[in-house]
Design a protein around this ligand. Sequence first.
Ligand code: NIG
Ligand code: FE
Length: 414
Amino acid sequence: MYYTLFRNANIFSPIDRGMPAAGKHQAELAQYPGGALLVHEGMVVAVGDEAKVVAQVPAAATVQVREVDGRCLIPGFVDPHTHMCFAARREAEFVERLKGTPYLEILAKGGGILSSVKAVAAASEKALYEVTSTHAASALRFGTTTLEIKSGYGLDTENELKMLAAIGRVAKESVQDIVATFLGAHAIPPEYGDDPDGFIEMLVQEMLPAVCEQGISNYCDIFCEKGVFSIEQGRRLLSAAKALGMKVKLHADEVNDLGGAGLAAELNACSADHLLAAGDDNLRAMAKAGVVATLLPATAYSLRKPYARARFMIENNLPVALATDCNPGSSYTESMPFVIGLAILNMQMTPEEALVGATLNPAYAIGMEKKVGSLDVGKQADFLVLDGESPAILAYHAGVSPVVEVYKKGEQVV
Ligand code: NIG
Ligand code: FE
């Protein structure tokens, strides 16, 4: 009976009330200065004041004591939105954007997402596996212990399944918990250029059943945007996915306010992501339906767009989650500390709200809340030691990761 006691830690953890934390709850953390965390077989057995935690150790147990030296201890980050499975970077496109060409114009000319589609078609599953696991390992060093990875650079059945197989292998071999999302509707492939409805029908008739049959993803996503997919097409695809038992989410109102947030509410999506341009009424509808608002401030930063209105969302009881959106086009970063820094300094979230947004709320957004997202008894002992006094260090020590130790299921992995 081996137990590990992490002692003298300045512990901060969201409070899991059985639902994503919204409104004033988004700012609530349990805090234990000089606290302790007891781990057994990878799980949290007790957390809080040291004397109470020590009392939970069975008499016959062998206990290893780890000194945290008064540093800050928080749950591992959960990154609920990434496209880190890709074959090639797009640095030249980034330079083109710096010179003023808009993101959607590059896509309309066959670049952007479509250039990643060409690269993925030419890559082997093994090559995709290698790039993806390199990105996942990088994310782990920045404290991401659970993450979501999307397909979406395949756009035909063979290449979407190849991406999902590569993601599945990373999920199997990485220490992280990884959730795969099927994003077959990420762009209109050139062969369907004048028939996006036909492409959606192909997704419904052919790709969705193939994905379900292989059991490689339980989530379906779509990019609803001007020049990409309409709300009507989103409704058609996501309703079909729901009918097959999948959970749904969408890239909503990233550049233009098409009403993606409203569709997310209508379909009871697990999340609507981006929301830079989302309107008040649709955001309120999301709050009513309990949809998580996943915000991607590194994308707004990289596209040089106004940030999503996190304060309005929190004031209107929308649970806010934060994600990197790690992808080769609009946001090439694996760093949750960077995202949290942007959320605090550029979206006016408090450090407490940002921490809940980087742990508990994203765990709900990707269906991992029973296992991760807070340091509660019965959840996995996934946690980080920060070189700082409180979660504020994540914004304060700008451009530098204060994550000095990473633990997955109680084992130190960084
Ligand atoms: O979430 N907006 C659509 N999809 C991604 C970008 C993908 C890419 O540019 O490769 C996003 O920003
Ligand atoms: Fe995205």
